[in-house]
Design a protein around this ligand. Sequence first.
Ligand code: URA
Length: 228
Amino acid sequence: MRLNAYLARAGVASRRKADDLIKAGRVAVNGRPGQLNTFVQQHDVVEVDGKRVEKQRLAYLLLNKPRDTVTTASDPQGRTTVVDLVPAATRVVPVGRLDVDTTGALLLTNDGELAHRLAHPRYGVEKTYVVEVEGEPTDATLEQLQAGVELDDGATAPAKARRLTKNVLELTIHEGRNRQVKRMLEAVGHPVTRLHRSEYAGLDVAGLEPGEWRELTRDEVERLRHGS
Ligand code: URA
């Protein structure tokens, strides 16, 4: 694989930042300066600033994100991050984000290619939310959510919406705009009081307590890769 991809898989930096390290002459392969077009093979020794780095095994974790955790790798305010909740050695990062007060299914991986694909709007990954709201949405409100509602960054795409109890809905969307569910519900007059993502790309957090995580099975990873 190319040197920048190897450095990304070693958890050193993103591919773009790895290119900067290579250009700055900080990367050596078998003791010689690495180049942007250097290919790394199985027995090659890669060093950054004189320290050996090694490609990591790909890891795919599904976390049941608890409340009051932030979906970043590090938080300047020192709050607990989702990355703090999984083993540090895996060097995974979250795919997409959930608000600090949102709970539920969050995928973390060090497979940059898959993460990029899943987060891209073009792939329309399905996300299902259990949404507790103020008031009691009517059938007409559910139909509005299904048809798409007007937000300040444009109308939302058709969604699936059904009532679970008087003030709890299940909403499935394919987009991933910032605070989308909360904004959709605000737009129809029912501010969200609690938000939980029960499923992400067909993966659910059944059996996981808040803060618990599990590794995806090989089949689940294959399904994500092939988009089914
Ligand atoms: N929509 C929101 O409003 N918040 C989330 O955390 C996820 C989706």
